[in-house]
Design a protein around this ligand. Structure first.
Ligand SMILES: [Zn+2]
Length: 261
């Protein structure tokens, strides 16, 4: 659903751009014909451009790739955090309550604004997980590895499989303090888990549509698993700053691609 939605949006955008180009070219030609025709008396009306009413629209601004900033640090298996990475966090408050969940102190207000606005729009969210220490991440990862070993995988195969779901310690974005796993409160109550079917909810649709306005991106999109190395996670939102977030979401790319291109 999310994929279709994404493509739908991109498709509409492409159509709009194409239509705009045609109009622009036509307008430019129209103007040119008007100018060249201005000094020619009795110019046959059939050669008058159809769009000569002066309704020339300004050229759409080409989306410029914004610069990297202090929030765009790439963390993945190939780019682990150094152990001396320091994060100053504070607890996030939303819906009038202290969640006890920690976020980078510099931008915790952005997450709070997103959650509060979502609730005000009729989509109350639940904050599942935010900042994790590298040690905590180690525990999560080892637990997942053991699950695979218990179901018959070798150590190395289990590590590979586990890493698709839980980042090895130091390689998780959650160690950055700029990430929030978000689902709707009802979703979490009913499922008590993060599952991909969350994408079929109106809460997800709200997050997908509005996250960039608050500086967040859907970090592990569907169809980009080969690039991120992480399974589709409709609940995982990463703060990168508003400009970069808009660029990434509008162009349907990942943070990896943002760094490459
Ligand atoms: Zn996450």
């Amino acid at each position: 659903m999310a994929k279709r939605k994404t493509r739908g949006k991109a498709g509409i955008h492409r159509l709009a751009v194409a239509a705009f180009r045609v109009l622009t070219v036509f307008s430019i030609r129209g103007r040119f014909m008007l100018i060249t025709g201005a000094g020619i008396p009795d110019m046959p009306s059939s050669s008058q451009p159809r769009r000569s009413s002066g309704t020339v629209q300004p050229e759409a601004p080409q989306p410029q790739k914004p610069a990297k900033n202090e929030y765009t640090l790439l963390v993945n298996r190939a780019n682990p955090l150094t152990s001396d990475h320091v994060v100053e966090t504070r607890s996030v408050t939303y819906n009038g309550q202290d969640s006890g969940k920690l976020f980078d102190v510099r931008v915790a207000d952005k997450l709070e604004a997103m959650l509060n606005d979502a609730a005000a729009a009729g989509y109350p969210m639940y904050l599942v997980s935010t900042y994790r220490t590298i040690e905590y991440q180690r525990g999560l990862y080892n637990r997942k590895v053991n699950q695979y070993i218990n179901s018959g995988y070798t150590q190395s195969a289990a590590e590979t499989e586990a890493a698709k779901w839980v980042a090895p310690p130091g390689t998780s974005e959650h160690n950055l303090g700029l990430v929030a796993d978000i689902v709707s409160s009802t979703w979490y109550n009913e499922n008590n888990d993060l599952t991909q079917e969350f994408e079929n909810t109106a809460h997800f649709a709200w997050l997908y549509e509005h996250c960039a306005e608050y500086g967040f991106i859907l970090r592990y999109p569907k169809g980009k698993e080969g690039i991120t190395g992480i399974a589709y996670e409709p609940w995982h939102y990463r703060y990168v700053g508003r400009e970069v977030a808009k660029y990434i979401m509008e162009n349907n790319i990942t943070l990896e691609e943002f760094w490459e291109k």
